[in-house]
Design a protein around this ligand. Structure first.
Ligand code: CA
Length: 541
């Protein structure tokens, strides 16, 4: 995801699912702390990070009818466990090593626990004497037998209420500070979104007022199985998935996985995705309740004005785009763009930051707020505190970045879709597959005031390439790879190669080869442009 401060892109909302975000935006961001809040000797600011599961922003998953402004907030990988691992470490997947949601794909694996998890940003918050609290979905394989069972508490956490496995609303187990706690299907006792809310409020009541706190709240909404709270089960009865943009458009010039769905979609697929779309909003209504209660609690304990609240999601989602019924894992805007709203000291209300922000930027931003020297952290991302609160920090946005995904498939054919061969997965409904082994891709995105280009290479037998100019084609309807000047493809390819192997500082230092630029003497030269934190230096080569 990337970040923009939050605000103005929000139009008036007609659904409660939007009110969580709107609540954050409309509350005045007070300036009383000023710079003091970002340095360690004053009482540091508190931080709350809310990470929903699969909440899109492009299709109205944050607010309905987004008509104002563009917001660029990206995950560097559009899948739960790799994205969450990036949020925790501030690293691209090729550096933290989490490829997918399985243990063999490194999700919450012993290797992850020994390595990247031991350096995740909560570890540093704990060393800075933050009181740390976690509740909700952590990583998809968390708590499983081969992932250390419920006894594994990642370092840095003082209060730990983590879901075992993937998102559920009822009938799940938690690790509560290392001990298993089983839950059934009683709304008042077990509904997970509300449980997360209630336990966070209790934590705030019992905290030590002398020390700052950090809360990471990770509700299951709006992930499947889309079980709404009883009071929200009839909400949004007339809502259907939006039919504009790339909805049910054929992916005729795209990777083969985009060419296999039936087009137009079947009636059963349409019914399925409309139902999913509506139920997703219903589950988000309980997240609205969470935000409202949390803000009220922070007010009542006189901490709101010294607390940063971040609201985001691990990945986006699609419902019918390019005739794919429901899922994520694709390189397109609907899957890689996520909500990001922030309020807190030094952030003016109702502003939108146009520069792109990534989910790997959350860790360095939070550490920056806490007064930690971010240059000492082993992160690929960069703080965007300067983007949100220029009065507190100087800094520049990055001109381009990486998105990468490792595709998954089953070894054998799906028994419910016998006509399909092995190597595919997520083949529902109607045997339309959303992932495959060779849905493995890496993209470079160039995004600034002059360009909005996306260039993607697939690791498949075709070495398939997709390229989009999102300034003229915001819905990515036309793959322009066969139209564009080869020199542009070359530049994008070189950027991609560098980013795919970048680590730490090299992910933030950009070398751009601009071939055959004519100087004033009308001779042809290559210009090597190095952009280092926004400072452009040029050499003739
Ligand atoms: Ca997710």
């Amino acid at each position: 995801m990337a970040a923009q401060p939050l605000g103005t892109g929000v139009s008036s909302s007609r659904r409660r699912g939007a009110s969580a975000a709107v609540t954050l935006l409309l509350l005045p961001a007070l300036l009383t702390c000023g710079v003091r809040c970002a340095v360690p000797r004053a009482k540091p600011s508190n931080i709350v990070l809310i990470v929903t599961d699969d909440q899109d922003v492009v299709l109205g998953g944050l607010v309905s009818g987004q008509k104002k402004g563009e917001r660029y907030q990206f995950t560097v990988t559009p899948l739960c466990c790799p994205s969450r691992s990036s949020i925790l470490t501030g690293q691209y997947p090729h550096n933290h090593g989490v490829r997918n949601n399985s243990l063999s794909g490194n999700c919450s694996s012993p290797q992850w626990q020994k390595g990247p998890e031991s350096q995740a940003f909560p570890v540093f918050l704990s060393k800075l004497e933050y009181q740390t609290f976690f509740a909700g979905k952590y990583l998809n394989q968390y708590g499983q037998k081969d992932a250390g069972h419920v006894g594994h508490i990642p370092p840095g956490w003082d209060h730990w209420h983590a879901l075992v496995g993937n998102s559920q609303y009822y009938n799940y187990s938690l690790s509560v500070n290392g001990k298993e706690e089983k839950h059934g299907d009683n709304y008042g006792d077990d509904y997970l979104t509300d449980l997360i809310t209630n336990r966070s409020l209790t934590f705030l009541d019992n905290r030590s007022p002398q020390l700052p706190f950090f809360l990471l709240l990770s509700p299951p909404a709006p992930h499947a199985p889309w079980t709404a709270a009883p009071q929200h089960q009839k909400d949004y009865a007339d809502i259907k998935a939006p039919r504009d943009g790339s909805f049910d458009k054929p992916g005729k010039d795209k990777h083969w996985l985009l060419r296999q769905p039936a087009n137009p979609m079947t009636a059963s697929s349409l019914t399925y995705l409309d139902n999913a779309y509506r139920k997703r909003w219903q589950t988000l209504a309980s997240v609205d309740d969470m935000v409202e209660k949390l803000v009220e609690k922070l007010k009542s304990i006189d901490e709101l004005n010294n607390t940063y609240i971040f609201y985001t999601s691990d990945n986006g989602y699609h419902t019918g785009q390019f005739s794919l019924p429901i899922d994520k894992r694709q390189l397109y805007e609907f899957d890689i763009r996520v909500p990001l709203l922030v309020r807190g000291p030094g952030i003016a209300p109702n502003q939108t930051v146009e520069a792109p922000v990534l989910n790997i930027d959350l860790a360095p931003t939070i550490l920056d707020i806490c007064g930690f020297n971010v240059s000492l952290a082993n992160v690929d991302g960069q703080s965007f505190l300067s983007q949100m609160a220029p009065s507190l920090r100087n800094g520049t946005a990055r001109p381009f970045f990486l998105v990468e995904h490792t595709g998954e498939g089953h070894l054998t054919s799906d028994p419910s879709c016998p006509s399909l061969g092995p190597g595919l997965s997520q083949c529902f409904p109607d045997c339309v597959c959303e992932d495959a082994y060779n849905n493995t891709y890496a993209c470079v995105r160039t995004l600034d005031s002059s360009q909005n280009l996306q260039y993607c290479e697939f690791a498949d037998s075709e070495s398939f390439v997709e390229m989009y100019d999102l300034k003229s084609d915001p819905h990515q309807l036309e793959n322009i790879v066969k139209k564009v000047d080869p020199s542009v493809l070359q530049v994008m390819n070189q950027r991609l190669i560098k980013l795919q192997s970048c680590q730490g500082q090299s992910c933030r230092v950009f070398v751009v080869l601009l071939p055959f630029v004519k100087d004033r003497r009308n001779t042809v030269k290559n210009l090597l442009t190095i952009i280092l934190h926004g400072k452009k230096l040029k050499w003739n080569v």
